[in-house]
Design a binder for this molecule. Structure first.
Ligand code: FES
Length: 652
């Protein structure tokens, strides 16, 4: 016969092809995911494959050494200069000469899957918006006048079937010298999102092998967290964060909205502050990842609606009053320079996830993208704990969302000894119910405070304060040890039987750690701290309860705690506090920074962007700010764990 059977693994795709067909051509025709940047010219080596020889009983074929053509000049030259790994061939050069089984290694797949390391891992499939394409452009001809850009477009169409390419004037200015320097061979970096607009991000003379990077940024009211990702394989090179400098204009969202209302130009001040912080963060994270920040060509943002508007330079005043209208709720794909992000590539693109509603933002959409409640069989309550809690409830039939103003207490702010999660911060606490003596652990040290060697191990960092997870644990432990009554009142030394309860004004405080002898701080939990946590947890519970009312359910099947520090909250302590509704403890899981993960997914996978834009339209939003039942739930939830709601699982 003059054709042969070609079977690709791991996809299992197969077909018959005329002898002499290049493997890359066969892969393309079968829709097998085999990468290429140079378009089959034997330059980029992205098309590497591993042919298998011998018996393949599963596929019913025997493959002989003659199944692929021998090395040609191009392949031999590539191997001589760059070296091909043992057993590898260039898919664009090797031709099918007989039945063959061909493995496409992960590095050669564009749409490879990236598995997250955590237990609840959701795989990310690579469909990056930015990709490099090598083209050979026709030289200009006096008799057929056409612009260099037009001939570049023809080349992209002929060699890559890409049409409708747009370029900025800034890029056009660089185009002519680059084409000539590369002798009409260039590598074009194209951004092609799921809306099918194609833009030139950059152009390099000749074949360019540099890497491309993107930032996934979770822009929170209190902290800004970023991941630097390799856009070829989704790997995270560095993660970094800083405090949102807008804090000086107001700790929570509504105080920032009022700052904008009260001060002419206040919105602009806050916009400038956050934009310069993001530029600073981009530079820092590029340094940490060891890359040139100019190679950052994409940034995805997730944020709540107020941050969203302030990032975009839109006055958030409408978000401060009913009916809480957003300037725009749709996703945005814009040039990074429109946001003054000048520390990254000059033509970098920004994608911002859609908002769900006036109080339920792109951060909530990102949590939905990461946790996919709309595919869940059982009813999941997903809580992204932050200064504002984003709450999602539902399953594949219906998903509801709301946001609840918890305030910054869970992030360690407004707490007398509160601090952000950093080495030296107390993150785990146990209090002995008999002796009322505490033991604790601090971030950056694996030992408990009563373990031998703890003092030496923490000598470097010191014991500096309590972070968000620590404050939740200590309040819950105080309740369980009887140091605090159900109303949240700290008992006196006489009432509690411990000298650790000390008077403070007309109330009492619990001494968690006295480091004053070593020149360290005195870390106490004050009555004010307990009140701040009560307010925060009541808001969280009330939001969840409101969604449960709306769905007509009394219990949920599972609870997912998300948020940068939601991951560190112990389910038991959260339930003792009454932060979350009653649920079997083994059904309470952590999702880590789900909003940040959602941002990473959107950065790596344009089909996920399309998916969340679709799903957001089906998520029903419940407004907590105008719902009288929210207030009722909030008041009832002030007690620890709750005034009326039963918590049968806690008794187990
Ligand atoms: Fe570039 Fe084969 S496609 S080397």
């Amino acid at each position: 016969t003059d054709d042969a059977l070609v079977i690709f693994t791991p996809s299992g795709k197969r077909g018959r092809f005329p002898l002499g067909t290049p493997v890359l051509t066969a892969a393309r025709q079968l829709g097998v995911d085999l990468d290429s940047v140079c378009g089959g010219r034997g330059i980029c080596s992205k098309c590497q494959i591993t042919p298998g020889y011998g018996e393949f009983p599963k596929h019913g074929v025997t493959v002989t050494e003659a199944a692929l053509s021998e090395w040609n000049e191009v392949e031999a030259r590539y191997d001589r200069i760059r070296g091909l790994k043992e057993g590898r061939r260039l898919g664009c050069q090797a031709k099918v000469m007989g039945d063959v089984v061909i493995d496409v290694p992960p590095e050669s797949q564009v749409h490879r899957q990236v598995i997250r390391k955590s237990a609840t891992a959701r795989a990310i499939t690579m469909h990056p918006a930015t990709h490099a394409y090598y083209v050979e452009v026709a030289e200009p001809d006096m008799h057929e006048p056409s612009g260099d850009f037009q001939r570049l477009c023809v080349a992209l169409k002929d060699q890559w079937q890409i049409e409708g390419v747009e370029a900025d004037p800034a890029l056009l200015r660089r185009l002519q010298p680059i084409l000539r320097k590369g002798e009409w061979k260039v590598t074009v970096i194209l951004y092609k999102d799921h809306h099918d607009k194609v833009r030139i991000i950059d152009i390099h003379p000749g074949f360019w092998e540099g890497r491309l990077y993107g930032l996934a940024i979770d822009l929170g009211s209190t902290t800004i967290a970023a991941h630097l990702c390799d856009l070829r394989n989704g790997n995270v090179l560095a993660s970094s964060g800083l405090m949102n400098p807008q804090i000086r204009f107001g700790e929570d969202l509504m105080s920032r909205v009022s700052y904008a209302m009260m001060n002419p130009g206040g919105d602009r001040e806050m916009t400038n502050a956050v934009r310069s912080a993001i530029n600073e963060l981009a530079l820092a994270i590029a340094t940490e990842g060891g890359i040139d920040p100019m190679l950052i060509v994409e940034t995805v943002f997730v944020c709540n609606p107020v941050m969203h508007h302030l990032l975009l330079g839109i006055d958030p005043v409408e978000l401060g009053q009913a009916p809480f209208a957003l300037a725009t709720s749709e996703s945005l794909s814009i040039p990074a320079r429109d946001l003054d992000l000048l520390s990254i590539h000059e033509n970098a693109r920004v994608y911002i996830l859609p908002c769900i509603a006036g109080h339920v933002g792109a951060d909530c959409a990102a949590v939905a993208l990461s946790e996919e409640p709309y595919t869940s069989e059982d009813i999941a309550l997903i809580v992204d704990v932050g200064t504002n809690a984003e709450i999602l409830l539902g399953n594949k039939d219906r998903v509801l969302a709301c946001s609840s103003p918890t305030g910054p207490a869970f992030e360690g702010a407004q707490i007398s000894s509160g601090q952000r999660a950093a080495p030296g911060a107390i993150e785990r606490v146990e209090i002995d119910a008999e002796t009322k003596e505490p033991r604790f652990r601090v971030i950056g040290c694996d030992l408990w405070s009563d373990d031998p060697g703890f003092a030496a191990a923490t000598a470097q960092t010191g014991i500096t304060g309590i972070c968000g997870s620590g404050i939740i644990e200590v309040v819950a432990e105080m309740r369980m040890a009887g140091l605090v009554d159900p109303s949240g009142l700290i008992g006196s030394a006489e009432q509690t039987g411990t000298a650790r309860s000390v008077p403070q004004g007309r109330t009492h405080a619990y001494v968690l750690h006295d480091g004053t002898a070593e020149g360290g701080p005195l870390i106490t939990v004050t009555q004010g701290d307990i009140r701040a946590i009560q307010l925060a947890k009541s808001a969280l519970y009330a939001g969840a309860r409101l969604l449960m009312d709306e769905l007509g359910i009394e219990t949920v099947d599972r609870v997912v705690l998300a948020g940068a520090f939601g991951a560190h909250i112990s389910p038991k302590h959260a339930m003792v506090l009454g932060m979350i509704p009653d649920c079997p403890l083994d059904k309470v899981t952590s999702a880590g920074n789900a909003a940040g993960t959602g941002a990473r997914i959107a950065l790596c996978d344009t089909s996920a962007r399309a998916a969340i834009e679709r799903e957001v339209g089906n998520i029903h939003k419940v407004e907590t700010a105008i719902e009288p039942r929210f207030q009722e739930h909030f008041v009832a939830a002030n007690a620890i764990p709750h005034a009326t709601a039963p918590f049968p699982e806690l008794g187990k």
